[in-house]
Unconditional design. Structure first.
Ligand code: GAR
Length: 194
């Protein structure tokens, strides 16, 4: 990896995107250069606009063609893609174009509670329904299967008595905001020092 231009891909409220943008603002080597989003009504678009980060609107047909948005990513000299609440499966051509250069955060302890349809509140509902005593976050490399690539980091929490999907989501977000930016930075430091 030659440089440090990060593209955040997100579909939702964008609280993780906000923390990543904040973390890298003024960083001497790495910067969030682009926010890519597949939902025009998503909160993350406002987060990017407020921070002055350009937004790329992902179009379904171009995205799932795999290389359809590559020219946009190349034009922004993107080195690393960070999925922060991104709900579309990354197509194989994009994984191949960014080998070991796409990171994802998942709001549970993979391999538990991963896979198609497992995102946001669905994950927290499954954790509680399953009677799990712990949950947590997983930051991992993205490969061609859902929620599957090499794990870089996990942090766990104990479920509280009377935990609800809402309380769990909130506590998971605290963990995510604490760890995601520093893990992304450490990953970039490692890659660019090789
Ligand atoms: C985060 O909790 C993230 O882990 C989750 O979506 C939320 C997005 O929140 N991602 C997934 O569930 C992916 N399978 P945010 O928009 O506030 O960052």
């Amino acid at each position: 990896m030659s440089g440090g231009n990060i593209a955040i891909f997100a579909s939702g409220a964008g609280s993780n995107a906000r923390e990543l943008i904040r973390h890298f603002r003024g960083h001497p080597r790495f910067r969030v250069s682009l926010v890519a989003c597949n939902r025009p009504e998503a909160g993350v678009i406002g987060v990017a606009a407020e921070a002055g980060v350009p937004v790329l609107n992902l179009e379904r047909e171009r995205f799932f063609r795999g290389d359809g948005h590559l020219p946009d990513l190349m034009a922004a000299s993107i080195d690393l893609i960070v999925l922060a609440g991104f709900l579309w499966k990354v197509p194989s051509a994009l994984v191949k174009a960014f080998p070991d250069r796409i990171l994802n955060i998942h709001p549970a302890l993979l391999p538990a509670h991963g896979g198609k349809g497992m995102y946001g509140s669905h994950v927290h509902e499954a954790v509680i329904r399953g009677g799990d005593r712990h949950s947590g976050i997983t930051i991992h490399l993205v490969d061609e299967q859902y929620d599957h690539g090499r794990t870089l980091f996990q942090a766990r929490l104990d479920l509280m008595p009377n935990e609800t999907p809402e309380t769990l989501a909130q506590r998971i977000h605290v963990l995510e905001h604490r760890h995601f930016p520093t893990i992304v930075e450490a990953f970039l430091q490692n890659q660019t020092s090789c």
